[in-house]
Design a protein around this ligand. Sequence first.
Ligand SMILES: CC(C)(COP(=O)(O)OP(=O)(O)OC[C@H]1O[C@@H](n2cnc3c(N)ncnc32)[C@H](O)[C@@H]1OP(=O)(O)O)[C@@H](O)C(=O)NCCC(=O)NCCS
Length: 159
Amino acid sequence: MTSKLRHLTPADLPRLRQFWIEHWGGEEMSTRGNMFRPEQLDGFVVEDQNDWVGLITFFIKDNECEVTSLDSLRERRGIGTRLIDKAIEVARARKCDRLFLITTNDNLHALGFYQKRGFEIVAIYRGAVNESRKRKPGIPLVGMDGIPLRDEIELEIRL
Ligand SMILES: CC(C)(COP(=O)(O)OP(=O)(O)OC[C@H]1O[C@@H](n2cnc3c(N)ncnc32)[C@H](O)[C@@H]1OP(=O)(O)O)[C@@H](O)C(=O)NCCC(=O)NCCS
């Protein structure tokens, strides 16, 4: 692979905001009722020439690392795995006990992707997306593959 993985820098913030708007519908990410803004986060980007083809962002606090977004724009070429491995490496170096993330009940692909890479489901927050939708009415009622979008699912890997 010729693409290059590099740390995000403050100069990337405008592009990161734009990326999230395009791929996640807003420039803030919300999980478990917490809002994350790009400037609070650490992360890595995979670039091909000047194109961003992969992005991971994460937040480290109290010996825990939360992945706040993971995107691969060229799937099935190892980009997602490279990015999650990098986040694990950083979280280990920062002495985190675990790396965790929230996905939604409709994202069957992500649930498989993470579990194949050693993550375990540790919590299901029933109806959490329904609650978020009250604050953000733009969240659709139906998610991927026509599955009703309702719950948040927490997966973790112990470090
Ligand atoms: C989930 C996601 C990040 C995975 O990214 P990806 O770049 O496709 O991940 P990888 O290429 O590393 O791995 C995906 C599969 O491709 C396979 N693969 C990797 N390189 C390959 C290659 N050269 N040829 C064939 N298959 C390959 C991997 O083995 C893997 O299959 P497996 O899970 O059965 O082992 C991506 O699908 C995505 O961005 N989804 C949308 C956003 C999303 O849902 N993010 C997660 C929210 S929590």
